[in-house]
Design a protein. Structure first.
Lengths: 244, 293
């Protein structure tokens, strides 16, 4: 019983209790969080992941700004019915350039991790303008201003610089060409589409919103949505090597 | 509040007290109920067992795998394999069967319809509607008007490669913008003509001989002399009351002046061949097959 008596030290001195609580909580952090930073197996080795293009990055910023993550997850869990509905379960590697990640934990709407290339651009445009026109029972709010709001083409460079500082592989060339690349990607049959595709493999360029005029927020958001989950080639992905 | 341990037994209950005293009332130091304590110990033992059996503790270059060898990704792979196996008898028959065999075999057709219906809800309903009713610029699949052909093979090709999609084998063909080719007056005549073909009212300015000539020059190559359309080119039939892009004057004007090129994604790769086959059977069943072109 003498060991139990020693426990009274914690109960009778609040400073010891506080220190004890901190020690216990930090064990949780050390065991659950810290290893994710040094374990190489955390992020699978895959082919095809690249940082976001300037236009996609602008779209991602809008996605975060509008709080899309409050109702849409971007995380297909490794459960049978999820894989049957949405496709291959999400890999950690697929969010490696997401800061902050957009996994989400609430699904008022469907998961968007593999929504890219699933619907047409026009569907997205009409659906953002008025979700009920496409899905009668939808409870999603309308975002009609996106197509009417211009994107500040010259400012995306700043975002890329910050991400490069955080360690994302944006080269100087990418940062210098940011504004140009953004306009290129939001143009049909753009002259420098090849240069863009060279810097950002698999980048698709077209006027995503279908609206004439300068790059608007609908262009950016739809470009982002149309690339989600399309970068990793699962035909060559070795699932057995990454079982966990 | 003294720090020294007390062995002060309360005479009434026989339980030790904490030594605190307020106005002559002392606080009992009642021990935890035995059942509660034993459940706590049991969970600790359970946790030890869990750590041994399942992946648990992170190490320097990996983690303890657990003696059961269980992984969440392995589990889902296995479950999916089981599902495939469970469906295999019917799926493999469907995979091998030709469309004419599916049509003849009632049991196989019922299976294809059920599978197609499920896949339609997950993949096609957002654009074409839950019942295939379509929307502006997204074709209604409940009618017998097939833009790119309503045979099972034609529907299969449409689903597989899409329309104006990014797939190299996609169906292409666009409604060009006539604003650069014709003047406003001519386009106005054609708007009336198209409405007349569809059995709608026309304006007084409608000059049928002129419109006929313009239609013959500009539109007939794709839509046919009588405007009945051409499924080879995906040119819609104009002699019916089905309007993909609206039938009012402003919408038709927009269609003629600016052109139309809506897009359907290619499903090849996202859906497997058997699912696409089942979808073809289901989609055709929506629109009916009486006058399949």
């Amino acid at each position: 019983m003498s060991l139990w008596r020693k426990h009274q030290i914690f109960e009778k001195n609040s400073i010891f209790l506080l220190i004890g609580v901190l020690v216990v909580i930090s064990i949780g952090g050390l065991v659950e969080v810290l290893p994710l930073f040094y374990l190489k197996s955390t992020i699978e080795r895959v082919e095809g992941m690249r940082p976001y293009t300037p236009l996609e990055l602008a779209g991602r910023n809008i996605y975060v700004r509008e709080g899309c993550y409050n109702c849409h997850s971007q995380m297909i869990r490794s459960l049978r019915d999820e894989v049957e509905r949405y496709g291959h379960y999400s890999l950690a590697a697929e969010s490696m350039y997401d800061k902050p990640f957009q996994w989400g934990s609430k699904r008022n709407g469907p998961d968007l991790a593999r929504v890219g290339a699933k619907y047409s651009d026009e569907w997205h445009k009409q659906h953002l303008d008025n979700p009920r026109s496409m899905v009668p029972g939808s409870i999603m709010p309308a975002y009609p201003w996106l197509g009417k709001t211009e994107v500040a083409v010259n400012e995306i460079k700043m975002d890329m610089k910050v991400l490069a500082f955080q360690g994302q592989p944006y080269s100087l060339e990418m940062i210098e060409n940011a504004a140009k690349d953004m306009v290129t990607q939001a143009t049909n049959d753009a002259a420098d589409a090849d240069g863009l595709a060279q810097r950002y493999p698999k980048a698709q360029s077209r006027k995503f919103s279908g609206l004439n005029g300068p790059v608007n927020e609908a262009d950016a958001l739809i470009a982002y949505l149309q690339m989600l989950g399309t970068l990793v080639d699962f035909k060559i992905y070795d699932g057995k090597a990454n079982l966990r | 509040m003294s720090g020294a341990p007390h062995e002060d037994i309360d005479a009434h209950s026989g339980t030790a007290t904490t030594g605190h005293e307020w106005d002559g009332i002392r606080e009992l130091n009642t021990p935890l109920p035995k059942w509660w304590l034993y459940i706590l110990y049991a969970t600790i033992v359970w946790a030890i067992g869990y750590i041994i059996v399942y992946p648990a503790i992170p190490l320097i270059s990996g983690h303890t795998p657990g003696v059961a060898g269980w992984t969440s990704r392995g589990a889902v792979t296995q479950e999916l394999a089981q599902l495939t196996q469970q469906r295999a008898p019917m799926t493999s028959t469907l995979e091998k069967a030709s469309f004419s065999e599916i049509t003849k075999d009632e049991r196989l057709r019922t299976f294809a319809l059920a599978q197609g219906r499920a896949a339609f809800g997950d993949n096609c309903a957002p654009c074409h509607g839950a019942g295939g009713g379509g929307a502006f610029s997204f074709p209604n699949l409940n009618d017998d008007d097939w833009i790119w052909g309503g045979s099972l093979e034609a529907i299969q090709q449409t689903i597989q490669y899409g329309i104006r999609s990014t797939h190299p084998d996609t169906r292409i063909g666009i409604m060009p913008a006539f604003a650069q080719i014709l003047n406003t007056k001519e386009i106005g005549q054609l708007v009336n003509h198209v409405r007349a073909l569809g059995g709608l009212t026309t304006e007084n300015t409608y000059d049928k001989p002129l419109a006929d000539r313009l239609f013959g020059e500009q539109c007939a190559a794709c839509h046919g002399d009588g405007g009945k359309g051409n499924i080879e080119l995906g040119a819609p039939n104009l002699v019916d009351s089905i309007w993909l892009f609206g039938s009012d004057k402003a919408s038709i004007l927009q269609t003629l002046a600016r052109g139309r090129a809506s897009m359907m994604p290619a499903w090849n790769g996202r859906l497997d061949d058997t699912t696409i086959k089942a979808l073809s059977v289901y989609v055709q069943s929506l629109g009916g097959v009486k006058t399949v072109p």
